[in-house]
Design a protein around this ligand. Structure first.
Ligand code: 5GP
Length: 207
């Protein structure tokens, strides 16, 4: 079948505890055709996280080898660990018209934005959405409520969140996660609108 449009590379950023992964998981449940870009990380698995499902959990040495092999679209150090988006998770899919969600931090998103200036494929596919909590107090409550992180990790994430939230204007869309079902609905609306963007459709769409 003729491919009619490129996939959306939906770049989702927001501080830990903003709910971006819960929102994207729910949206993917409702849209099973949407893929998730599984990132590489050097941090240890948390709770029930599984290798190859939530992340590819790598040693620092394995991560360094991937950098040398030019396997990443972008990578960054976040909260003292390395995180990176593999080219193999994104490029082939969006080229084939499959939508991909990338959960990456503000530094990684800035790198993808830079890439968009050089690479027409990225420019055509990328959409940038920032997920924010309704308040810092609520963010702290959610981070503590997870019960999976040490106090030191929570403090590091809270300190980092202020810096991350201050960069929301770099994004085209702001999704305030005040209430889960509503946030999912608005995220779904964004996805549907992104699919209609003329910039991703091929010229011969009616031909
Ligand atoms: P967590 O450890 O809570 O899973 O993720 C910590 C932060 O790393 C989050 O802000 C998440 O968006 C970010 N992150 C996850 N994967 C990637 C990636 O591939 N690249 C970048 N730059 N950040 C990532």
């Amino acid at each position: 079948m003729e491919i009619q449009r490129l996939g959306v590379a939906l770049i989702l950023s927001g501080p830990s505890g903003s709910g971006k992964s819960s929102i994207s998981k729910e949206v993917m449940k409702q849209h099973p055709e949407v893929c998730f870009s599984i990132s590489c990380t050097t941090r240890a698995p948390r709770g029930a996280e599984r290798d190859g499902v939530d992340y590819y959990f790598l040693s620092r040495e394995e991560f360094r080898r991937k950098i040398e092999a030019d396997a990443f679209i972008e990578y960054a150090e976040v909260h003292g660990n390395f995180y990176g988006t593999l080219k193999s998770e994104v490029i082939d899919r969006v080229s084939r018209g499959i939508d991909v969600i990338l959960d990456i931090d503000v530094q990684g998103a800035a790198k993808v934005r830079e890439l968009c200036r050089k690479e027409p494929l990225f420019d055509a596919c990328a959409e940038f959405v920032f997920v924010a909590p309704p308040s810092h107090a609520e963010l702290e409550r959610r981070l503590r409520g997870r019960g999976t992180d040490s106090e030191e990790v929570i403090q590091k994430r809270l300190a980092n969140s202020k810096l991350e939230i201050s960069r929301w204007r770099e994004y085209s869309y702001l999704l305030i996660n005040d209430e889960f079902a509503g946030a999912v609905e608005r995220f779904n609306a964004l996805l549907l609108a992104f699919r209609m963007s003329t910039k991703r459709w091929k010229e011969d769409v009616n031909g």
